[in-house]
Design a protein around this ligand. Structure first.
Ligand code: FA5
Ligand code: MG
Length: 472
């Protein structure tokens, strides 16, 4: 009963992506709506806000080689195995990832290319920007296609006379990094024995601590510098609204990635909440060994370009990046200082609820927390991090991402937000009921009541058909 985008008999024999045919199988779950958006390359389109943002971030990593045209179809090995994801890692699940077939998928993160680039080993520092694909929540900061920039810097320990000489070189490089005076909240110890361990088989504490400090300082410099520049431009153009403008607030939180340890995430204060903008850490040494670079030590990060662009330009909704509307596109020019995005008239939102009983047999469902706010990541997906183990093979009867995809497939970019507003188990029958609020709103025009009702009826109908739920 689980949504596969295609049921057994409707799966096409092949999928054609950017002119290449791929055979399908029982893993195939990439809908046509995603394929039709493949290859827009917004991150390298001249004057697009994502391309402007990419260039601003790249400018803070001088001397790094940038790789910005790698195709998005990768192998399961590149996306997961090469990074040390365990076979049962939840990120591999079909509820979270778009599979072309069992061995091939749309990359879920730019880390998919790390091993290949390290193996090629043309520079100590590199960045890589690309489109990435995930079955994820629907709201103003999540979209099934978004853009990441990966960045890494390594030092070749074998090119120094002694471990101390290598340490000294990292320290010298650290001392040369630009300083800033922003107070960044960082209550985390350099290592945590269970949650964020030192790779003691490969690194001394001094090495890993220094690499971690170099990483944090580099990323802090990046956000501080590009936000200060944006601020200056906004003030100069009289666009900085007094009172509305909040000073930049940044903090580090402990994180977990299979491909780094220790690991952290950077969060930036945005519209009353902490917004996660990047994940990073000290590169997993077995990964570098797999890339034939056993002597290198270094750091890596993965940043969400949309998140940074939304903050820089004041873009209120992630769907706007995909707009072909000149009223959006003509507001950005890469040869001019940053200007705040001026929303064109906001059209009314049309909320509709879908409340349903899960099938009697299944109380098993993966949903977000009712209390979670719109801007933070949903608790259900968790991105490419690790969360409590979930068996990849025995998928839940209902996963919230399935509803997200139904809504997207039916309503396209006119669905603005889908969120759980009620989760209730009947005390006597112990049947479980969920209620989601779906907000419909077009960025371009006002939707008619009939239009919204027709879309919502289809969403409810699909829920019944695909999951056997009973609408309340
Ligand atoms: C990763 O993807 C790791 N590969 C990042 C990394 C790279 C860690 C290198 C260590 C070393 P995560 O799933 O948290 O991590 O995603 C990274 C960033 O992508 C997030 O911080 C966020 O800015 C952005 N992001 C994640 N999901 C979405 C989404 N659905 N829409 C827009 N941006 C997103
Ligand atoms: Mg994350």
């Amino acid at each position: 009963t689980l949504l596969r985008s295609y049921s057994q008999d409707t799966t096409p024999e092949k999928l054609t992506i950017a002119g290449i045919d791929y055979p399908t199988d029982s893993w195939t779950n990439v809908p046509q709506s995603i394929i039709s958006q493949y290859g827009r390359r917004l991150h390298i389109e001249p004057n697009h806000p994502l391309s402007i943002t990419r260039q601003l971030v790249e400018s803070r990593f001088p001397g790094f080689k940038s790789h910005n045209a790698l195709p998005g179809v990768v192998t399961v090995d590149q996306n997961f195995d090469s990074l040390g994801f365990t076979p049962d890692h939840p990120g591999r699940s079909r509820t979270d990832t778009y599979y072309i077939n069992e061995g091939t998928l749309l990359r879920t993160h730019t880390s998919a290319h790390e091993v290949d680039i390290f193996r090629e080993n043309s520079t100590d520092g590199w960045t890589l920007s690309a489109d990435v694909y995930r079955r994820d929540a629907v709201d103003k900061s999540h979209y099934p296609i978004f853009h990441q920039m990966e960045g890494a810097l390594t030092w070749d320990r074998s090119s120094f006379d002694s471990p101390q000489a290598c340490l000294d070189a990292i320290k010298q490089s650290f001392d040369k990094l630009p300083r800033h005076d922003l107070v960044v909240e960082d209550p985390n110890p350099p290592f945590h024995k269970e949650r964020n361990p030192l790779q003691e088989k490969y690194h001394s504490a001094a090495e890993a601590e220094l690499v971690g400090a170099h990483l944090k300082r580099s990323l802090e410099d990046m956000v501080v510098t590009i936000f200060a520049a944006a601020d200056k431009a906004l003030t100069a153009s009289g666009q900085a609204v007094e009172g509305e403008k909040e000073p930049l607030k940044v903090r580090w939180v402990e994180a977990f990635f299979p491909h780094t340890s220790p690991s952290w995430e950077m969060e930036v204060w945005w519209r009353g909440d902490w917004l996660e903008v990047l994940g990073c850490g000290v590169i997993d040494q077995p990964l570098l060994i797999r890339a034939d670079q056993p002597d290198r030590i270094g750091w890596a990060f993965g940043i969400g370009l949309e998140r940074i662009a939304m903050l820089l330009f004041g873009i209120p909704d992630i769907r706007l990046f995909w707009s072909k509307d000149a009223r959006f596109l003509k507001q950005f020019n890469e040869s001019e200082p940053i200007k705040r995005f001026q929303p064109f008239s906001k059209h009314p939102s049309a909320p509709r609820d879908v409340a349903f009983w899960l099938p009697k047999s299944s109380k098993e469902a993966i949903v977000a927390e009712t209390s979670s706010s719109g801007t933070s990541a949903p608790s259900s997906a968790g991105g490419q991090q690790t969360e409590p183990p979930r068996d990849v093979k025995s998928e839940p009867a209902f996963h919230e991402n399935d509803l997200m995809e139904i809504a997207r497939t039916i309503a396209g970019d006119t669905v603005e937000d889908v969120r759980l507003i009620d989760d209730f188990t009947h005390p006597k029958t112990s049947r479980r009921s969920l209620c989601y609020r779906v907000e419909y709103r077009s960025l371009e025009r006002t939707l008619t009541t009939e239009e919204v009702n027709a879309m919502h009826e289809k969403v409810c109908g699909e829920m019944v058909e695909k999951f056997g739920v009973e609408i309340r």
